[in-house]
Design a protein around this ligand. Sequence first.
Ligand SMILES: C[S@@+](CC[C@H](N)C(=O)[O-])C[C@H]1O[C@@H](n2cnc3c(N)ncnc32)[C@H](O)[C@@H]1O
Length: 256
Amino acid sequence: VESERPDRLFHDGYARKVAGERGFALLERYAGAATAAFVTIRTAYLDRAIIHAVAERGIRQVVFVAAGMDTRPLRLPWPDGVTVYELDRAELIRAKTSLLPDDRYPPACDRRRVPVDLTGSWATPLREAGFTALAPTLWVVEGLLFFLDEQAVRQLLIGIRELSGVDGLLVGDLVSQSTLDNPLADRFLKTLAKDGAPWRFGTDQPEDLLAQCGWKVANLLEPGQDGANFGRWPYLVLPRETPHVPRSFLFTADAS
Ligand SMILES: C[S@@+](CC[C@H](N)C(=O)[O-])C[C@H]1O[C@@H](n2cnc3c(N)ncnc32)[C@H](O)[C@@H]1O
């Protein structure tokens, strides 16, 4: 939908195909939590962060941790020499591959699909797919961490840090604990749980969580703040010290 606006923030020519009718039905099913505005802003923020990391920092190894239906391997302007790893469940990878087969939709980079369980031992299959540990790497954890429990989140962020060189970079998003406790989000959260995809983890101290897992926040924004507004966010952003506010955090963090 964003791609079809004259003032679009990005163009994803594959989104309608991978979303299908089911995607639009789900958007309606989960309406009421500014889902569409948030996803638009998150995509725009992360697109810019990813493009910057490869163009300006010279990173050539990119891992989409829980790639889902992300079409960035096809649609971003990758410089020569970039290898992109897509981690996700085998079932998801199969479904995406059949929607976007390589011969008809060739990626604009060296793209490698790696079926894994991110709560299990994912590092070995990633290495076997050609990943070079300790080489400068950009990790993208978008739309994932709230689906895991706290122990799995910490294990994953620490595991990623262990494979990163000192030039490692992590971008992604988190929600606040208050998002999970907010009575106004009750219907949204119950619907997710009923659909087998409950949200399990949030934190009101994302900087501390990331620091404890070896990542130093370079940039952290809530949708609506300068740098994460793009004229799309319909709500006020309350100061961080205001307690009990449902929040989403978009972050860029360096290996520390
Ligand atoms: C909401 S989607 C986000 C996809 C993509 N990053 C994006 O933002 O468009 C969450 C993804 O996490 C994957 N996922 C959740 N838990 C996982 C696990 N334990 N192992 C592997 N993938 C997992 C799901 O299969 C799904 O593709």
